[in-house]
Design a protein around this ligand. Structure first.
Ligand SMILES: [Fe+2]
Length: 134
């Protein structure tokens, strides 16, 4: 989802935090893989129906918004939904990992970065909104 959002962003207020979080997200995947290996599980890529639903919803609606500032505001909303979902996933996963005595520090770090990404998006959204004529 993030690469598409980054390509579609018009304002640097949005493109910059999206690019930064895209780089973080690649590290997140590596951390999660290591946690799964530490737990004795085989890491495997699996499609998320929830994320796919968000991606489809974005793809269906984004093209209909031609005004760049409004599209960026829609993009903020779409990206924030993704971050909320990821935050919920880590919030559910961390107690389970802790219960089976797996080091949760990498997951906690991912969670912190997801929360920071959401905060950056919210700040970008506020700044974009201030630039939008009423
Ligand atoms: Fe994220």
């Amino acid at each position: 989802v993030l690469p598409q959002l980054e390509r579609d962003a018009d304002s640097e207020l949005l493109a910059d935090p999206l690019a930064a979080h895209l780089a973080e997200t690649r590290v997140h995947a590596t951390r999660v893989e290591h946690v799964f290996v530490a737990a004795g599980a085989e890491p495997a890529a699996a499609a998320s129906a929830a994320l796919e639903g968000l991606r489809r919803q974005y793809a269906e609606l984004a093209g209909a918004i031609v005004e760049p500032r409004l599209r960026d505001l829609f993009l903020v909303s779409a990206a924030a939904k993704t971050e909320h979902l990821e935050i919920a996933l880590y919030a559910g996963l961390i107690p389970i990992a802790r219960q089976i005595a797996v080091d949760v520090d990498p997951l906690e770090l991912n969670l912190t970065e997801e929360r920071n990404a959401l905060s950056a998006l919210e700040h970008a959204g506020t700044a974009l909104l201030a630039r939008t004529p009423s």
